[in-house]
Design a protein around this ligand. Structure first.
Ligand code: UGA
Length: 443
């Protein structure tokens, strides 16, 4: 099939590349000329394992191309995906201006029937707004052209996006018409080889499913973080508790790792947006508000632990803290809402210096913070430790899991580790004379 994807961010680019990979002919369009120029030159704007070869192969084999030409993109295909950003508005609700601008572009140029598929994360009722926008523009054009609006939310994880897309747990499709349903079934047929993964439902349920999934996962994390904080106070070990409850299949082992808070472009934004939806419909949703509040507090836990160790936040002035891991999670250079940022900014606020290392997010850190005297961006994990008073770990990159502790002790001024991801054995480190503070485990 021929397909068009509006937006070449995480979701759009991965969707376009993977749909080309299974045999469709895909045009990806973006308003950002520089991004499209780069993509045409083979430069992928995001750091995502496995994406580069798929893009290269499908471009070379003629199934994938990039453009900024709206007319060309809308004419190319009957099925048009909207995969542009929905950043939070001032009040935390999803800002739909980009989604509706794409709907308008499609409506201005569509020559015949189109299926308009919403892949962006959008609140319940957005399909109706897209529908109304397209109707309005068609009325302005004085044309009567049939179209359908479909909701097809994306569940891919950054860092595992290609695998998630090519082997999805489920494909959620909300439709109102049999014709659109048929097109969507055909489009996703390559993913149904071993067993049926497509789930058809009404549009509003599909829209709500996306928020429900992210809010549920965020709730699991905040719940565990709350328990971890309690475990610290009562002297229990949250890692034992985690295994103990995970064994119950009704709870499960996934997504119950305590830490220094969830980050990224999705959980914080989506939990907030769902909360705003609750406000707008006049429904009180205390659980959602608590999930967000617990997470905001959890992001301050590493700073609080450092301050406590050094005898108060004011004692951090003039200290140097090494930070391992800047990305919001491993296998990405994305630092949106990353716990590392909350820690680093609090350290600066207290007058401390930061020596930081991340395997891939160094350029992103430089882009965000620029050159400043209280930030040293180091070439590897060991050089970040040189002369530092303590190490703080924000991201569980594989290369941090089994470091050379002897080398670390030689480089650091103080044998102090504050670990936001529970990477090491407290007993082992204690035996070696470290002062080791992790999340939800006895210090
Ligand atoms: C998340 C969802 O997992 C995807 O299914 C969804 O498609 C995506 O949002 C989206 O809406 O686009 P992502 O933001 O890439 O994906 O990251 P996750 O792997 O879910 O991690 C989110 C955060 O939770 C990270 O900061 C991670 O460190 C934290 N986390 C995760 C924990 O603190 N504990 C856990 O047990 C799991």
């Amino acid at each position: 099939m021929k397909l068009t994807i509006f937006g070449t961010g995480y979701v759009g680019l991965v969707t376009g590349a993977c749909l080309a990979e299974v045999g469709h002919t895909v045009v990806c369009i973006d308003i950002d000329q520089r991004k499209i120029d780069k993509l045409k030159a083979g430069v992928i704007p995001i750091w995502e394992p496995g994406l580069q070869p798929i893009v290269e192969r499908n471009v070379a084999e003629g199934r994938l191309r990039f453009t900024t030409d709206v007319e060309d993109a809308v004419k190319h295909a009957e099925v048009q995906f909207i995969a542009v950003g929905t950043p939070p508005d001032e009040d935390g609700s999803a800002d739909l201006q980009y989604v509706l601008a794409v709907a308008e572009s499609i409506a201005r140029h569509m020559p015949s029937y189109r299926v308009i598929v919403n892949k962006s994360t959008v609140p319940v009722g957005t399909a109706d707004k897209v529908q109304a926008k397209v109707e309005q523009i068609l009325a302005e054009r004085g044309e009567q052209i049939a179209f359908d609006v479909v909701s097809n939310p994306e569940f891919l994880k950054e860092g595992a996006a290609v695998g998630d897309f090519l082997k999805p747990d489920r494909i959620i499709i909300g439709t109102r018409s049999a014709k659109a349903q048929e097109r969507m079934r055909e489009l996703y047929e390559p993913f149904n080889r071993n067993h049926e993964r497509t789930m058809f439902m009404d549009v509003k349920s599909a829209e709500l499913t996306k928020y429900a999934a992210n809010a549920m996962l965020a709730t699991k994390i905040s719940f565990m973080n709350e328990l971890a904080n309690m475990a610290e106070i009562v002297g229990a070990d949250i890692e034992e508790v985690r295994k103990g409850i995970g064994a119950d299949p009704r709870i499960g082992y996934h997504f119950i790792y305590p830490g220094c808070g969830y980050g990224g472009s999705c959980f914080p934004k989506d939990v907030q947006a769902l909360g705003r939806t609750a406000d707008q419909i006049g429904y009180e949703a205390p659980l959602l508000k608590a999930v967000e509040a617990v997470n905001n507090r959890q992001k301050t836990t590493l700073f609080a632990k450092l301050a406590r160790h050094f005898g108060g936040a004011d004692k951090l002035a003039g200290k140097t803290i090494a930070v391992w891991g800047l990305a919001f999670k491993p296998n990405t250079d994305d630092m949106r809402e990353a716990p590392s940022r909350v820690l680093i900014e609090a350290l600066w606020g207290a007058g401390a210096k930061v020596q930081a290392f991340d395997p891939v997010a160094m350029d992103e850190t430089r882009r965000i913070y620029g050159d400043r005297p209280d930030l040293a961006l180091c070439g590897n994990k060991y050089s970040a430790l040189e002369g530092a008073d303590a190490l703080a770990i924000c991201t569980e990159w594989q290369q941090f899991r089994a470091p050379d502790f002897e080398e670390m002790a030689n480089l650091l001024k103080g044998k102090v580790i504050v670990d936001g991801r529970n990477l090491y054995s407290p007993n082992r480190l204690e035996e070696d004379g470290w002062q080791y503070f992790s999340v939800g485990r006895p210090a």
